[in-house]
Design a protein around this ligand. Structure first.
Ligand code: AQP
Length: 338
């Protein structure tokens, strides 16, 4: 049994990339493991967002996760801001992280560019993410391919902290799916499908209707030449569709390629497979949305369970870093040699 932790931002409607890259792995991982999953609302503050919408989006993201198959009897689902230790540990880790390593984070460079008005929170985002993970002594972190660099940073920070202050954190590993680890935008297949980039035809929502899925797949940008071949560099559009079909059917993208003689055939079969893949999610969403009190109860219980684990880890980390424990006297100063 392994300890798992992963999170998702309430920064927009969940899409097929989130589902295949992360959430499906969360559902599989909850069985037989000790799994913690959170809606990382504090992370959503690092970009442009509407404060009047955030609470609703946070709640709806949790609802989406339950619809996708998270089972509160099998895992702990909670909202990041409901467990205060996330921000507190982030500060301890910021005092261990250095500017150079944060400057190298490609997600920050992509989102902020050279802008002087980029938020500091966007810059320190990966440190908060490290706190999310390290608080739960997570051994495995199921994420999409785009999060590998952030995971490496988390490992570096954990190791540095342990080296400087003594053994405190478990050093986690990323768990990235073999297929569809980076689902690309259907209209711009060299860019990843994303919540925050508006691409209505390029993004398949996890709750899209069968007709919407079909329309988007049929309009997907393909590549020059009519051959169906799995070659992500030369044929990114077709390869993306093959990855989607592979993820939905369990076959490999390269082996599927040989069974199609036209792009039209590939699109028809991909559309059909995705409709069937997402149908149960959509149906469960409708059921759950009729009983919002159930979602609230899940989040209350989840925050309680998460707080117990996070509280113990934070106490361990703050003691290791030399902070005075509340209500106690400082340990006797150690004699310094010489
Ligand atoms: N296109 C993708 N393909 C595979 N996996 C993906 N993930 C995101 N996009 C893809 C995975 O989904 C999980 C949650 O992502 P997130 O909400 O923390 O933020 P993100 O990675 O930045 O995803 P988005 O959808 O692109 O959100 P915005 O636009 O808000 O930045 C992660 O495990 C991620 O790997």
């Amino acid at each position: 049994m392994a300890r798992l932790l992963s999170g998702i931002q309430p920064s927009g409607d969940l899409h097929l990339g989130n589902y295949l890259g992360a959430i499906r792995g969360w559902v599989a991982g909850q069985r037989g493991n000790d799994a913690y999953y959170c809606v990382v609302d504090l992370h959503a503050l690092s970009g442009d967002y509407d404060p009047h919408q955030l609470a609703r989006r946070t709640f709806d993201t949790a609802l989406n996760l339950l619809a996708a198959g998270l089972d509160p009897d099998e895992c702990t689902l909670f909202v990041q801001s409901h467990v205060g230790e996330h921000s507190r540990l982030a500060w301890l880790l910021e005092c261990v992280a250095n500017l150079g390593e944060l400057r190298r984070m490609t997600q920050f460079k992509d989102k902020a560019g050279e802008s002087e008005s980029a938020r500091v929170g966007l810059f320190t985002y990966p440190v908060l993410q490290a706190a999310d993970i390290l608080l739960y002594d997570a051994e495995l972190v199921p994420v999409g391919d785009d999060q590998r660099q952030h995971l490496e940073l988390t490992r570096d920070l954990a190791q540095r902290f342990n080296h400087r202050y003594g053994p405190t954190f478990v050093v986690p590993e990323a768990s990235v799916p073999e297929v569809a680890a980076r689902v690309m935008d259907l209209q711009a297949p060299t860019r990843k499908m994303s919540k925050s980039v508006s691409s209505p035809l390029g993004t398949i929502g996890m709750l899209d209707s069968p007709a919407e899925i079909d329309r988007k797949v049929r309009k997907a940008v393909t590549d020059t030449g009519g051959e169906v071949r799995y070659d992500p560099d030369a044929k990114p559009g077709v390869s993306n569709l093959l990855e989607l079909l592979a993820a939905a059917t369990g076959a490999s993208p390269a082996s599927l390629a040989g069974s199609f003689t036209s792009y039209g055939q590939l699109k028809a079969q991909t559309s059909e497979a995705l409709v069937e893949l997402l149908r149960p999610v959509r149906e469960r969403y409708v059921e759950l949305a009729a009983d919002p009190a159930q979602v609230t109860a899940v989040l209350v219980a989840g925050a309680e369970r998460a707080s117990q684990v996070a509280g113990a880890t934070f106490e361990r980390a703050s003691m290791a870093a030399g902070l005075l424990a509340p209500g106690s006297e400082p340990p006797r100063a150690q004699e310094t040699a010489g």
